[in-house]
Design a protein around this ligand. Structure first.
Ligand SMILES: Cc1cc2nc3c(=O)[nH]c(=O)nc-3n(C[C@H](O)[C@H](O)[C@H](O)COP(=O)(O)OP(=O)(O)OC[C@H]3O[C@@H](n4cnc5c(N)ncnc54)[C@H](O)[C@@H]3O)c2cc1C
Length: 385
């Protein structure tokens, strides 16, 4: 595929930045389960995390297609964009539905790195997939909202200044459609941590800085409401398309990393007096993963183009995420197999990337739910839930 000089330049710049964060850096962070703050600071300083912020607010005003290239290159370089990717996709909700005052107040300071918008509070203990049954409530009290409830898997909450929070403002039984009555808030966490908001880290199989967050009579100003009260679910769906496309791009980057790592190793490793890559039993799985990745990559680019053209990429974003997450997971498994026992040794980085890549067929939306969306909304099959 031929790319524009602009895209090629984005790739080169991200690669140059990532070169300063080699495998040893990520291994150390992984083993300590520490946040890669230096890496996130470097991305911020270089302006990559402000890619989607319009120039008028101090960002670079790039397209989602450009942002997808940035995320892909981070992963293809062996780094882990999960430490910062939310700022890219949460931004979309603020840009599209935030008031002019909210944009003026936050966007320029996010662009400079003074503020981090890294926390996205949607999932709860009893509602991951079934978002509409979430239980966190926000009740209006004068010029404030009082929030009670709990979020689960709110990643990077400890390293964020702002949280995009989804809560119910009208009880489910009082709304005509269950998609109504949810609202989005842009919460200034600096004012509420320890004062209504409690964050508890959750240790996972990979270094992901995820947490659970408790709200106990947490008071926030009414001005934190994004858009209209009760319309939050519609707003978040539009943001989720951006999220799925960017995460799909990360999966493409991961798949490229695994394929290159496996190809290099298969060319160098000698068993029975010849390179293992000379055996078709080793070559073919690598070639198959390459074909699978290329097909998924086309869908990711197509979904991003539909998004950038102002269309509704619901089906394309879901298919991009489905195909790319499966391509990266297939490549991860292939890469371990190609490395034999060394695939399990930390110093090769394969096992770390393998653990990191596993997430994306589950989050931010699981494969089953994507298939269900395609079956019901695209193919017109009967609803299953
Ligand atoms: C490391 C990590 C980071 C995360 N970060 C965030 C974050 O920052 N913010 C946030 O809001 N959330 C986050 N999540 C949550 C993530 O989006 C959810 O885990 C995901 O949406 C799945 O929800 P669940 O875990 O509740 O699974 P469940 O809803 O309990 O589903 C469990 C399984 O059942 C399947 N299933 C459920 N219902 C059906 C059905 N009707 N038909 C077929 N299959 C079905 C699902 O596909 C899944 O495989 C994160 C999760 C993880 C693990």
């Amino acid at each position: 595929m031929t790319e524009s000089e602009n895209t090629a330049e984005i790739r080169r710049s991200v690669q140059a930045l990532c070169a300063d964060f080699p495998g040893a850096y990520w291994r150390e962070k992984d083993s300590a389960r520490a946040y890669p703050g230096e890496f996130v600071d470097a991305l911020t300083k270089a302006g990559f995390l402000a890619a989607l912020i319009p120039e008028a607010y101090g960002g670079s005003g790039l397209t989602l297609s450009d942002a997808a290239i940035i995320m892909e290159e981070i992963q293809a370089s062996g780094c882990n964009g999960a430490s910062a990717h939310a700022q890219m996709y949460i931004m979309n909700t603020l840009l599209k539905y935030g008031s002019e005052e909210q944009k003026q107040e936050y966007l320029p300071r996010i662009a400079t790195g003074e503020l981090r918008l890294q926390a996205f509070g949607v999932s709860e203990p009893t509602s991951g997939t079934d978002t509409l049954s979430l239980r966190t409530v926000a009740v209006r009290d004068g010029d404030e909202y009082v929030i009670n409830g709990q979020k689960l898997w709110t990643s990077r909450a400890e390293y964020s200044d702002l949280m995009m929070l989804l809560a119910r403002t009208t009880p489910r039984e009082e709304v005509a459609s269950k998609t109504e009555g949810l609202s989005i808030f842009l919460v200034d966490m600096r004012k509420v941590v320890g004062n209504g908001m409690t964050i508890k880290p959750i240790r996972t199989m990979m270094n992901h800085s995820t947490t659970e967050v408790f709200f106990d009579d947490m008071r926030i100003p009414a001005s934190a409401l994004v858009g209209e009260e009760g319309k939050g679910f519609r707003y978040i769906l539009s943001g989720m398309n951006a999220e799925r496309i960017l995460i799909a791009a990360e999966c493409i980057g991961d798949a490229k990393w695994f394929i290159k790592k496996a190809s290099d190793y298969a060319s160098e490793r000698n068993v029975f007096g010849r390179a293992i890559g000379q055996n078709q039993g080793v070559q073919f799985p690598i070639a198959r993963c390459y074909a699978q990745m290329c097909a998924a990559e086309l869908m990711v680019h197509h979904a991003a183009q539909v998004f950038d053209a102002g269309g509704n990429p619901g089906a394309e974003a879901n298919m991009a995420k489905l195909l790319a997450s499966e391509a990266s997971w297939a490549a991860a498994d292939m890469c371990v197999q190609t490395h034999g026992g060394f695939g399990f040794a930390e110093e090769y980085d394969v096992e770390r990337k393998f653990r990191e890549a596993r997430l994306y067929t589950v989050a931010p939306i699981s494969t089953n739910l994507i298939l269900s969306y395609l079956a019901e909304h695209v193919l017109g099959l009967p609803r299953s839930y």
